[in-house]
Design a protein around this ligand. Structure first.
Ligand code: ARG
Length: 463
């Protein structure tokens, strides 16, 4: 008979059992479920709600189940529906009477909220660690490419010269914010819901603070209805996953573009590329494309749960069982993608010569020419227009601004002098952009240092 079978005279259809059971996926919460139950049983004993003997027997029995589950010795049963009832019926099977007292003052509704909150807290640590390694690699690469000049783009048109370090550090900033988002999601999950019962709390003198303390929660929920129907903390984690994979996707898109012959900025290691079954010459950046592609499913996971939660009447509704698969899927996807991306970057070969050549073409120093004139007293708007005409002249002849002799330059503006050639060298263009946050080697070094300090703080939350 089912644990809730008392009210029923007929058994559920086998199809129904299969349809509504969640054990297939929520078995993943067994550790959280068991640890939560142990804390609940300890508190029940301390409060004198059950005897000390029973409390000890329950905790002991649960620890045995945890050991066996860790060893893969437990066969989770579909007819026991979900992880909560699997553990409970197993406990009753193993220790008898005392096991039947575990569920005193508790509902699966506050239990599942507890389990998923514990899971999100644990998983945010995993996700942060995955990003931590990726950021470390980006910082290391940035350090070795402080002087590797490349074109910066807007509209995918060459715009102004930057360095590879600066470009990579832009992604480091994104992933640092992602770590922050995972920390925030963890904090949102850090609320202990037990004691909310099915929806209206409990008549037993439960000690909710004690359970929170035993399980390492920093606070308890404030409203029993909200506590059993709130999945915001999962949405927060899913949103953090969605933004993070979006960032990975953008970086992967660059790797795809850069590894084309047209760019030739990077050669992805053979270890992270694949060939074609037909075209012998092909080397495709599959790993980068796949990460880019997986963005769709993680966005889908977020939208799926947002949609499930929309319009649900208070309090618990079974719809909410649909929260777990998107959560697991998004977390797994990030945890699979981040290390691949990290390895792909660490093993890639950057063609700094081609990057530098590209930075020297396409008039990436045109802004600097205008800045040069403005520095000599020409109003910037006029300088912009002068250099615009100069670029048109050069483009028609397929030459660079610095190829134009000084007398000719003076035809465009009297303010041009022979120091213009040095000022417009790509290295100078980069070096002079040394405001905080700019691409100059000095500024980037400072920002790498700051990023390291921020990274250390962000990961400390979990240590
Ligand atoms: N398996 C359920 C879930 O994941 C647990 C809570 C079930 N509660 C209930 N009253 N049916 O949401």
């Amino acid at each position: 008979m089912k644990l809730w079978g008392g009210r029923f005279s007929e058994s559920t259809d086998a199809w129904m059992d299969d349809f509504h059971a969640s054990i297939r996926f929520d078995r993943r919460l067994y550790r959280q479920d068991i640890l939560g139950s142990i804390a609940h049983a300890v508190m029940l004993g301390e409060q004198g709600i059950i005897s000390n003997e029973d409390s000890l027997a329950i905790a002991d029995g649960l620890r045995g189940i945890l050991r066996d589950a860790d060893a893969g010795l437990i066969e989770w049963r579909v007819d026991a529906e979900d992880i909560h009832m699997n553990v409970e019926s197993l406990l009753i099977e193993r220790i008898g009477e005392a096991g039947k007292r575990l569920h005193t003052g508790r509902s699966r509704n506050d239990q599942v909220a507890l389990d998923t909150r514990m899971y999100v807290k644990d998983e945010c640590a995993e996700l942060s660690r995955a990003l931590h390694a990726l950021i470390e690699t980006l910082l290391g690469l940035a350090e070795s490419h402080i002087n590797s000049v490349m074109p910066g783009y807007t509209h995918l048109q060459r715009a102004q010269p930057i360095t590879l370090a600066h470009h990579l550090m832009a992604f480091a900033q994104m992933f640092l914010r992602d770590m922050e988002r995972f920390n925030n999601a963890r904090d949102a999950a850090d609320v202990m819901p037990l004691g909310s019962g099915a929806l209206a709390g409990s008549t037993f003198p439960l000690n909710r603070e004690r359970v929170a303390e035993l399980l390492g929660f920093s606070r308890i929920s404030e409203n029993s209805l909200d506590a059993v129907s709130d999945r915001d903390y999962i949405l927060d984690a899913l949103y953090a996953c969605a933004v993070a994979i979006g960032h990975m996707s953008r970086l992967c898109e660059e790797l795809v573009l850069w590894s084309s012959i047209e760019f030739h900025f990077v050669e992805i290691s053979d270890a992270y590329a694949t060939g074609s079954s037909m075209m012998p010459q092909k080397k495709n950046p599959d790993a980068a494309e796949l990460i880019r592609g997986k963005t769709g499913r993680v966005y889908g996971d977020l939208i799926a749960l947002m949609t499930t939660m929309k319009g649900l009447p208070l309090a618990y509704d079974k719809d909410m069982q649909e929260d777990k698969e998107p959560l697991f899927d998004a977390a797994d996807t990030i945890c699979a993608c981040a290390p691949i991306l990290e390895r792909m970057l660490a093993t890639a070969r950057f063609n700094t010569e081609d990057m530098s050549r590209a930075a020297s073409g396409g008039f990436t120093n045109a802004t600097d020419a205008a800045d040069y004139l403005a520095g000599k007293g020409v109003p910037f708007r006029d300088a912009h227009s002068i250099v615009g005409r100069l670029v048109r002249y050069c483009a028609a002849r397929n030459i660079a601004i610095t190829d134009v002799p000084l007398e000719e330059l003076r035809g465009y503006s009297e303010a041009f002098d022979d120091d213009v050639y040095g000022a417009l060298s790509i290295e100078q263009c980069v070096a002079r952009r040394n405001l905080p946050g700019g691409p100059a080697p000095h500024a980037v070094k400072r920002s790498i240092k700051a990023a390291r300090e921020r990274l250390d703080k962000l990961i400390k939350v979990y240590n």
